[in-house]
Design a binder for this molecule. Structure first.
Ligand code: XUL
Ligand code: CO
Length: 439
C-alpha cells in the first residue's frame, strides 16, 4: 500500500527541539514511576474525527478531503483503515476507537450494512495483527440517521428502540472480534427538547433496559471489558440525560448497573456541565467508576463542544494527577476525541494536532508525577483533615459520637473558630506553578 503521508515517523527529540514534527515530551518507552509512558497514557486515535471529519460545520462545507484517494464508499472505507494505521504507526499511537458508522458506511438495509462491517473489520483485524495496534473501545452511532431524531434507547417509538438494539448488538460483536476492552455509551440524542412531549420516566427506564440487554449479550459472547457512559449535559439535545458524572452515578445506582459500568470522562463535556475536567475525574475516582478519558478541550468563550486538541498544561497535569491517584488506567486510555480546526485543513495538520495533544499529556504526566513526589499539596490536604484522625473527629467517623455528645463537646469548648485554619488557596496555586516551572 502506498503511503498517504509524506511524513516520517515522529521521533522524540526532547524539550529543546524546535522541529515541529518531533515530540518534545512524549518518549513512549521512557519509564516514569515504574511504567512506560505509552502504558501510562494509552493514547488512542478517534476514527470519526481523524479519518472522517472533513471540517464541515453549520456554516459551511468541508475544507479537508477525507476520501483518502477512494471514489466509492467502500473503497473510501478501506483506504481510511490503511491511512489510520499509517497515522498510528508514525505517531506511536497504540490504540484506536470507533463508531460502527465511522468504519463502514450505512447501506439501505441493516443486513447489507452489517456485511460491510464484517468486511472492514476483517481488514482492521489483519492490520492490527500486523502492527500490534489495539482497539481501546467501540461504540454505535445511534444519533446520525434521521430514525434517531427523537433518540435511540430513549425514543418514544419501540421500533426505533429495536433498531438501536440491533445496531448495538452488532457493534458489540465487532468490539469483541477486534479484542476491544471497552464499549462506550455516549448519549447521542438520549435527552429531550421539551417536557411538553416527553415521558422522562419511561425514557430513562428504557435506556437502562437497553444497557442491561447490552451487558447480558456482550458477556454471553465473551466481552470481559468495561462499559462506559460518557456524560455530557447538552448538545445535541437541550437536556442530555447523562448530564455529568454525579447524574450518571445516580442512574447507575438506581438501575443496578454499577458492576458493569464506569465513566468515560471528556474534558469539553465537563466544561459544558459547568465543571472542571478534574472535578469530573475526581467524582468518578472517589466513587470507583473512573474508567477512560476523551482528551480534548473546549473554548471558554464559545460554550459549545468544539473538541479542540488539548494544549492546556494545567488541565493535563491535574488530569494525570487524578489518573495516577486512581492507580492508572485498567481497560481505559486517553482517546483524542479532538479535531483540528476547520482552517487547519491539510493532512499534515493531523500530525501537528496529535503531536500537540500527545506532548501536552506527556508533559502533564511528567508534571503530575513531579507534583505527587513533591508531596506539598498532598501533605497540605492530609493536614487540613487531620482533626478526623483522633478525638471528636474519630468519634464521629466511627459512629460513637451522637448529637448529644457533640452538643456537650461544643458547650464545653465555647467556640470553635480558633480550630479553623486558612485554606491557603493562593499558596497552593503557587506551589503548583513552582512544581511546573522549577527544574
Ligand atoms: C460527542 C462525543 C462522542 C463520543 C462517542 O460529543 O464525545 O464522539 O465520544 O460517541
Ligand atoms: Co467523546
Amino acid at each position: 500500500m502506498a503511503e498517504f503521508f509524506n511524513i516520517p515517523k515522529i521521533p522524540y527529540e526532547g524539550r529543546n527541539s524546535q522541529n515541529p514534527l518531533a515530540f518534545k515530551f512524549y518518549n513512549p518507552d521512557e519509564v516514569i514511576d515504574g511504567k512506560k509512558m505509552r502504558e501510562h497514557l494509552k493514547f488512542a486515535l478517534s476514527w470519526w474525527h481523524t479519518m472522517c471529519g472533513d471540517g464541515t460545520d453549520m456554516f459551511g462545507v468541508g475544507t479537508e478531503d477525507k476520501r483518502w484517494g477512494g471514489s466509492e464508499p467502500m473503497e473510501i472505507a478501506r483506504n481510511k483503515a490503511y491511512a489510520a494505521f499509517e497515522i498510528m504507526d508514525k505517531l506511536s499511537v497504540d490504540y484506536y476507537c470507533f463508531h460502527d458508522r465511522d468504519i463502514a458506511p450505512e447501506a439501505d438495509k441493516l443486513k447489507e450494512t452489517n456485511a460491510r462491517l464484517d468486511e472492514i473489520s476483517d481488514l482492521l483485524k489483519e492490520l492490527m495483527d500486523k502492527s500490534g495496534k489495539k482497539l481501546l473501545w467501540g461504540t454505535a452511532n445511534c444519533f446520525n440517521n434521521p430514525r434517531y431524531m427523537h433518540g435511540a434507547g430513549t425514543a418514544p417509538n419501540a421500533d426505533v428502540f429495536a433498531f438501536a438494539a440491533a445496531q448495538i448488538k452488532k457493534a458489540l460483536e465487532l468490539t469483541v472480534k477486534l479484542g476491544g476492552n471497552g464499549y462506550v455509551f455516549w448519549g447521542g440524542r438520549e435527552g429531550y427538547e421539551t417536557l411538553l412531549n416527553t415521558n422522562l420516566g419511561l425514557e430513562q427506564d428504557n435506556m437502562a433496559r437497553l444497557m442491561k440487554m447490552a451487558v447480558e449479550y456482550a458477556r454471553s459472547i465473551g466481552f470481559k471489558g468495561d462499559f462506559y457512559i460518557e456524560p455530557k449535559p447538552k448538545e445535541p439535545t437541550k437536556h442530555q440525560y447523562d448530564f455529568d458524572t454525579a447524574t450518571v452515578l445516580g442512574f447507575l445506582r438506581k438501575y443496578d448497573l454499577l458492576n458493569d459500568f464506569k465513566m468515560n470522562i471528556e474534558a469539553n463535556h465537563a466544561t459544558l456541565a459547568g465543571h472542571t475536567f478534574q472535578h469530573e475525574l475526581r467524582v468518578a475516582r472517589e466513587n470507583g467508576v473512573f474508567g477512560s478519558i476523551d482528551a480534548n478541550q473546549g473554548d471558554m468563550l464559545l460554550g459549545w463542544d468544539t473538541d479542540q486538541f488539548p494544549t492546556n498544561i494545567y488541565d493535563a497535569t491535574l488530569c494525570m494527577y487524578e489518573v495516577l491517584k486512581a492507580g492508572g488506567f485498567t481497560h481505559g486510555g486517553l482517546n483524542f476525541d479532538s479535531k483540528a480546526r476547520r482552517g487547519s485543513f491539510t493532512h499534515e495538520d493531523i500530525f501537528h494536532s496529535y503531536i500537540a495533544g500527545m506532548d501536552t499529556f506527556a508533559l502533564g504526566l511528567r508534571m503530575a508525577d513531579k507534583l505527587i513526589k513533591d508531596g506539598r499539596i498532598d501533605k497540605f490536604v492530609e493536614d487540613r483533615y487531620s482533626s478526623w484522625n483522633s478525638g471528636i473527629g474519630a468519634d464521629i467517623i466511627s459512629g460513637r459520637a451522637k448529637m448529644e455528645d457533640l452538643e456537650k463537646y461544643v458547650l464545653e469548648k465555647g467556640d470553635v473558630l480558633s480550630s479553623v485554619s486558612s485554606g491557603r488557596q493562593e499558596m497552593l496555586e503557587s506551589v503548583l506553578n513552582n512544581v511546573l516551572f522549577s527544574d
